[in-house]
Design a protein around this ligand. Structure first.
Ligand SMILES: [Zn+2]
Length: 371
């Protein structure tokens, strides 16, 4: 009987979601708990031996939260307030009550690489030409500068050690990265059991063997960039190499996010993610068609009342001419209001069908890492 949870050196249980298949390690007192990833089912406690996941080793490094719980709650409140015609479940207090810190795994890979490589290197150069132009009844000569690229084949040998290249430990990594932005591994610290006592930890579903092709890709990108710099080229293309790797070392890094969830009018659940270091919030904002319809009806009713009043004013104006002026004002106000009545349902319909409803106010600030 293999007891592997003990290696994590803190009291944890294994629990999984039958809807999204995410597996977590979490403190036993956190159960029962709705799945913090999909919110479609309760996490079910599993047997550490019988249900042993594909990879179970504790991480070597963790990246600390820079956004604390109070700041994350503030982000969720802003998210809820920014949603127009929000479904009843998209409320600040509901979102904050479902806030969970979650640690996700990522591989950092080191290796010695020996390789033969070849590529086309591009060198920019400037061409000056002259254009004749007829302006103001005479000819003028204008100097035109143009940048062109000269491509030259290059080849060489490379021998060096690469540190901390990223490789995904989760099948969902690309999707998560596309939404939240990347994480800086700098600032990570050696794993201590107390780092994870308040968070749920997602276990890798891609062990090193499985993530190796992506790691090689990351090494090749780094090598290609170094060769370009060594050749003092502006661009490179068609980089090919025959690498030989040795002394490969895998480090599991846990990086911090928060999740929360809500259910829309159609009963579909949506997950909101917060980047644990930058505080970026990403999630779909759905509108409630019911609520938008009520607003449309309300505005439409006001428009109807104004148009009716303008008709009455018109009838009265036939007798008392001084009322006629009010007729035009009421009629125009009524028309504008009636037209505005379509806006809420149009907005909600657009948001639910055509906009991805994303809320990412400072994604531009998210760190971009060199691989
Ligand atoms: Zn789930």
């Amino acid at each position: 009987m293999e007891k592997w949870i003990a290696d994590w050196q803190t009291a944890l249980v294994l629990a999984g979601c039958e809807q999204c298949d995410w597996l977590f390690l979490l403190p036993p007192d956190q159960l029962p708990l709705v799945c913090p990833h999909c919110a479609q089912a309760d996490l079910a406690q599993m047997d550490e031996t019988a249900d042993k996941p594909i990879y179970t080793r504790p991480p070597e490094l963790t990246l600390p939260y820079r956004v604390d719980t109070a700041q994350a709650q503030q982000k969720l409140r802003a998210f809820a307030q920014s949603a127009w015609f929000a479904p009843p479940d998209l409320k600040a207090e509901r979102l904050t009550s479902r806030l969970h810190p979650v640690y996700l795994p990522l591989w950092l890979v080191d290796a010695d690489v020996r390789a033969q490589w070849q590529a086309e290197m591009g060198f920019d150069y400037q061409v000056v030409s002259h254009k004749e132009e007829y302006r103001g009844s005479q000819w003028h000569t204008r100097q035109v500068k143009e940048t062109r690229t000269r491509w030259e084949p290059r080849l060489g040998r490379l021998q060096r050690h690469f540190n901390n290249r990223f490789a995904p430990a989760l099948e969902e990594q690309a999707k998560i990265e596309a939404r939240l932005g990347r994480f800086e591994w700098q600032g990570s610290r050696p794993y201590q059991p107390n780092h994870i006592t308040h968070a749920l930890v997602r276990l890798p579903n891609r062990p090193p063997d499985d993530a190796w092709p992506e790691a090689q890709q990351a090494f090749m990108q780094a090598a290609g960039e170094e060769c370009r710099q060594a050749a003092a080229a502006n661009h490179s293309r068609q980089y090919k190499w025959q690498p030989h790797f040795s002394d490969i070392h895998w480090t599991q890094l846990l990086y911090p996010i928060y999740t929360s969830t809500y259910t829309d009018d159609e009963g579909e659940t949506h997950t909101i993610y917060i980047h644990g270091q930058t505080g970026n919030v990403v999630g779909r904002r759905k509108a409630s068609m019911k609520k938008a319809r009520r607003w449309s009806l309300g505005i439409g009713a006001v428009g109807g009342v104004l148009l009716t009043l303008s008709f009455i004013a018109f009838l009265v104006g036939l007798v008392y001419a001084q009322v006629m002026a009010a007729t035009a004002v009421l009629f125009i106000a009524g028309l504008i209001t009636a037209a505005a009545a379509f806006l809420p349902i149009l907005y909600a319909w657009y948001l639910n069908n055509y906009s991805d409803g994303r809320f990412e106010p400072d994604l531009a600030k998210s760190p971009v890492l060199d691989r």
